[in-house]
Write a protein that binds this ligand. Structure first.
Ligand code: FAD
Ligand code: SF4
Length: 461
């Protein structure tokens, strides 16, 4: 019988006091009974508007119907036929602005918890037999970067029989999924399990290989790769350009999160140093800012998020904002940093700020923050983490002939429908093209590029 509840079935979670004492996962996932209860809220709408909100086209009502019927393996088959990384997406996708934003149940009450159901199905079938490796088709493709765009492109091509090699600059595969998003939101064991699918499909991942340093795109072609996909992300952090950003105790969110997550500075016996400040200010309002703030809280700090617009404009996922508040993080909204002050030894002691008010919308469509004259004030802090955005690293574009970039440093596409760059045989997608965006958009781009690469290579025959 359909479940008429106007609200989503709640997901079990660790209590805030338990959370801030560890890096354990916060949201614990549905039990089979809770998943069935939530699945029963789905109306299996004929036109299924939710599907149009999913960048990889998951057949949402079909997989939810299988949960209603108790056929979890059937649900997993439907889900995994479109999404290579469902346990990851179920945890980190901003469903509220994608599939769930279009869900008809959301017109009156809360939408169906599509993400929570996706996670449930994926978690229940993590140990399912891997897909069979298809016969080799004799063609080689190189992928640069092992983030969601590169992994998806690799998976799609490998399942068509291509010999795929991923070149990854870091010592671990996964991109932001391993170096940025913290363990308490996305356990690394889950990432490793989903990466296994690629291994079974025969994808080779060469870590510690920096394209543009270890070898160039031209050398990849010379080695017999017939096409190259660039999914190198947007790992170059931005700073505000205010005085004091070079003082001790100022981090980019990238560095701060990489130290804590990838290099496991949060573990007691870790040899990776990270400042264990008593007071930390995080500047920014996106997922990156929430992650940095919640990490700082877990390593013992009182944390303030400084954001220049209001709560309504915070770009982070709603769940992350909610969790950050529950964990005692203070939101200093309509506030903009002006200067960082330090003590006589060059260590941060203050963040000088100014109050803001909102004006007319700017080019991004969001209300423009305007400084309030005479409203300057100080926030006492020992550490400032800048989480105000990232852009693509210029290394590949600077070392590859024929690759154009725009003024934000993003790779320009000569054919957007095909994800083709300005150089023949070189495709690109994800944050390297869009600038910092989302996991599922990067995956959608990787998928489109894989189709185009297949057409390109088969067309050459
Ligand atoms: P990336 O994930 O950045 O992967 C790029 C990979 O390429 C990296 O592994 C990098 O080492 C490698 N690389 C770079 N240059 C080279 C080179 N020259 N040679 C070889 N390898 C190279 N999105 C969401 O949807 N939900 C979230 O909750 C969310 N939270 C986030 C939290 C943080 C802290 C951050 C930083 C981002 C978050 N995002 C989130 C955004 C999301 O993670 C990215 O949009 C997504 O990972 C982009 O995927 P990608 O494949 O384009 O690049
Ligand atoms: Fe189910 Fe909502 Fe999709 Fe309708 S729009 S099929 S209710 S998830």
């Amino acid at each position: 019988m359909a479940n008429k509840s106007l609200v989503k079935t709640p997901i079990p979670e660790l209590l805030p006091d338990e959370r801030i004492a560890s890096f354990s996962e916060v949201a614990l996932g549905y039990t089979p009974e809770q998943a069935k209860e939530e699945a029963d809220r789905c109306l299996s709408c004929k036109k299924s508007p939710c599907v149009a909100g999913c960048p990889v086209g998951v057949q949402i009502p079909e997989f939810i119907t299988k949960i209603q019927e108790g056929d979890i393996e059937g649900a997993a088959d439907i889900l995994k036929s479109k999404n290579l990384l469902p346990a990851i997406c179920g945890r980190v996708c901003p469903q509220e602005t994608q599939c769930e934003a279009l869900c008809l149940r959301g017109k009156k009450g809360e939408p169906v918890g599509v993400g929570r159901l996706e996670r449930f199905v994926a978690d229940q079938t993590l140990d399912a037999p891997p897909p069979a490796k298809p016969p080799a088709n004799g063609h080689k493709v190189a992928i640069v970067g092992s983030g969601p765009s590169g992994l998806t492109c690799a998976g799609e091509l490998a399942s068509k029989g291509y010999e795929v090699t991923i070149f990854e600059a870091l010592h671990k595969a996964g991109g932001v999924l391993v170096y940025g998003i913290p363990e308490f939101r996305l356990p690394k064991s889950i990432v490793a399990r989903e990466l296994k699918t690629l291994e079974h499909l025969g994808v080779v991942i060469k870590t510690n290989s920096i394209v543009g340093r270890t070898l160039t795109v031209d050398e990849l072609f010379a080695q017999g790769f017939e096409a190259v996909f660039i999914g190198s992300g947007a790992g170059l952090p931005s700073f505000l350009g205010i005085p004091g950003e070079a003082f001790n105790g100022v981090y980019s969110a990238n560095e701060y999160l990489t130290r804590i997550n990838l290099m496991k500075a949060y573990e007691k016996d870790s040899r990776t140093p990270v400042q264990r400040a008593k007071k930390v200010c995080v500047v920014g309002g996106g997922n990156v800012a929430m992650d940095a703030a919640r990490c700082a809280r877990r390593i013992g700090a009182e944390v303030t998020i400084v954001y220049r617009r209001t709560e309504k404009e915070l770009p982070a996922r709603l769940e992350e904002i909610h969790h950050a508040k529950e964990e005692g993080i203070v939101f200093k909204l309509l506030t903009n940093p002006l200067r960082i002050d330090a003590d006589e030894n060059g260590w941060v002691r203050n963040l000088r700020c100014q109050e803001m008010k909102l004006g007319e919308p700017d080019a991004s469509g969001r209300a423009r923050p305007i400084p309030v004259e005479g409203s300057e004030f100080d926030i006492e802090t020992e550490c400032v983490v800048m989480a105000i955005g990232n852009s693509p690293n210029p290394l590949i574009s600077q070392t590859t002939r024929g690759l154009e970039v725009n003024r934000r440093g993003c790779l320009v596409l000569a054919d957007e429908d095909k994800m083709l760059t300005t150089r023949a045989g070189v495709y690109a997608g994800g944050d390297a093209v869009t600038g910092a965006a989302t996991v599922i958009l990067a995956m959608g781009a990787g998928k489109t590029a894989a189709c185009s690469i297949d057409e390109y290579i088969q067309g050459k025959q």
